[in-house]
Design a protein around this ligand. Sequence first.
Ligand SMILES: [Zn+2]
Length: 63
Amino acid sequence: MKKLLSLAFASMPFAVFAHGGHSHFDPNSVVHYLGTPEHALPAFAVAAIAGWLLFRRRRKVEA
Ligand SMILES: [Zn+2]
């Protein structure tokens, strides 16, 4: 769980601070983060890694 939290906190600054007008969405909206690949891809990557870690952990507990 510590690894998961560390990963989540380590990835947040990239999503929060990378700004200036680089898309046609309002940079302060959620749509901007979900609609631009430079924000959406890292977010989905972190979610996929977190899901994989949770899946692995759950399988270890069941075994
Ligand atoms: Zn942006």
